[in-house]
Write a protein that binds this ligand. Structure first.
Ligand code: MN
Ligand code: MN
Length: 473
């Protein structure tokens, strides 16, 4: 007679807890996360991520993919906001590629194009803003903020700005309303509307410009800001019209929890997948895998993958076409189409792990649990899988098989209870090429907040999963 425990072990699916079942890999996980935290500190915008990988890949001997180049390791950047990385496998490119797509933009608050003003009521210099992506506006009030971005002058020269990260830098703040006076303006409102977008103004400066002859100067505080900006960066107000300035939480990524088992940082959605997939592709060597491996770091996922730097643009297809040519293969439209149809894609994006403060929005059995490995979501979307890729069962099975063979800690999980809300990823845009696509990424607590919480177990498991996908997929 079989023992009950053996029958249960044979028949019942249960997700594995990394800390219990993969404890021998704990040190490796912690080590990887030290590097990950550094990456997050250096890369708080899509442009910073792109610069970071451009330099890193050049140093690692990757060749920029251009006409006439040959080799096995390539990269390409686009618009300073996209990165593609490729390693040619043993098989021809036209046999299909293994592609991992993630995004390097994150929810934030942007400067308006004409941002500088002097508030008439308070007399303070302010910055007008326009939020980007799905934020909860109240979270951005009364917290230290930094300004990152570029100003492009009309002669094409670029001014890089990063202000608020160095401990000697000033920081910026959007002052919230004191509770004493919040009764009517905020407390009677719903959470989503208590802080309105137009309330999200930064206090920029407060000292007025003083005229040498003591004449009355209009908007003297704003004028003083312009003088300081001109001294420091050589810019004038019109230059802001061609700037991309992003407001993000100031400060560094931190270990979280008494056991330091977690990471708390801004922008982990989805730089967690950008970092782990880029690390995976640069850690493998061409002798070890069959299909060409590609990592694509996209911009603009948080606003629908639109624009020429979003995943809907032709950038990655064009890159694959040029890879075909660089490998001496045909790259006409039929060959390119067949290559894409033969390909496999992981849409590497974060999932919502069960939140102990709000467990009711999750369905425990089908949710991702923090610390139980990389999550695989067959579908996302909302309203009956609307707007979802819904991966084929065959591809699910293939991915689970290679992850099991590769010793990856993984779990299956969807985002939230049915009809609780929902959200989409890049998966459906990638699926338009006809390739097999599935969502695969770690769980996060407090997704889209200023300080997202992730597990070192899941970060490491994502890295390992992506590596196994390239090696065995
Ligand atoms: Mn995401
Ligand atoms: Mn997101």
């Amino acid at each position: 007679m079989k023992k009950t425990e053996d029958i249960q072990k044979d028949l019942i699916y249960s997700r594995k807890n990394f800390w219990k079942e993969f404890s021998q890999e704990k040190d490796e996980a912690y080590e990887l996360c030290d590097e990950y935290k550094q990456f997050l500190d250096e890369c708080k915008t899509e442009r910073e991520c792109t610069d970071f990988y451009q330099k890193k890949l050049q140093n690692m001997g990757y060749t920029e993919l251009k006409d006439g180049v040959t080799g096995k390791k390539y990269f390409r950047t686009s618009r300073c906001k996209n990165v593609a990385i490729a390693q040619k496998g043993k098989l021809p490119v036209s046999a299909g590629v293994n592609l991992i797509v993630s995004h390097i933009d994150a929810p934030r608050v942007d400067f308006k194009q004409s941002p500088l003003a002097q508030d008439s009521a308070s007399g303070l210099g302010i910055i007008k803003t326009h939020y980007y992506g799905g934020i909860k506006k109240y979270q951005w009030m009364s917290t230290p903020l930094a300004i990152h971005g570029v100003i492009i002058r009309q002669d094409g020269t670029k001014v890089n700005i990063c202000l608020g990260e160095d401990e000697n830098d000033p920081v910026f703040v959007m002052p919230d309303l004191l509770p004493h006076l919040a009764k009517k303006v905020q407390y009677t409102e719903k959470l989503a509307t208590a802080v309105k977008a137009e309330h999200m103004q930064i206090v920029f400066n407060s000292i007025p410009y003083i005229d040498s002859e003591d004449k009355e100067v209009k908007d003297a505080v704003k004028l003083n800001a312009l003088i300081l900006l001109n001294e420091k960066y050589g810019i004038c107000e019109e230059d802001f019209l061609s700037a991309e300035l992003e407001i993000v939480p100031a400060g560094k990524a931190r270990d979280a929890g008494l056991d330091r088992s977690m990471v708390m940082a801004y922008g982990q959605d989805d730089r967690i997948c950008a970092f782990t997939s880029a690390r995976a592709i640069t850690d493998i060597t061409a002798e070890d895998f069959q299909k060409t491996a590609i990592v694509f770091l996209a911009d603009k996922e948080e606003i629908g993958s639109e624009g020429n730097s979003g995943a809907k643009s032709i950038f990655i297809i064009d890159f694959i076409a040029d890879l075909l040519a660089a490998s001496g293969e045909k790259n006409d439209s039929v060959t390119l189409r067949k290559t894409l149809l033969n390909s496999q894609i992981l849409s590497a994006d974060v999932n919502a792990a069960i939140n102990p403060n709000y467990p009711t929005v999750h369905e425990k059995q089908n949710a991702v649990h923090l610390g139980c490995g990389v999550g695989i979501a067959k579908y996302t979307g909302s309203g009956g899988k609307g707007g979802s890729n819904d991966a084929n069962a065959e591809f699910n099975a293939h991915v689970f098989k290679i992850f099991n063979e590769g010793g990856v800690c993984w779990q299956s999980g969807a985002l939230g209870k049915v009809d609780e809300g929902g959200g989409g990823t890049i998966a459906k845009f990638m699926a338009e090429y006809g390739a097999d696509v599935i969502d695969c990424g770690p769980g996060v607590l407090g997704m889209h907040s200023l300080y997202e919480l992730t597990s070192k177990a899941d970060i490491y498991s994502s890295y390992k999963a992506y590596k196994v996908f390239f090696l065995k997929g």
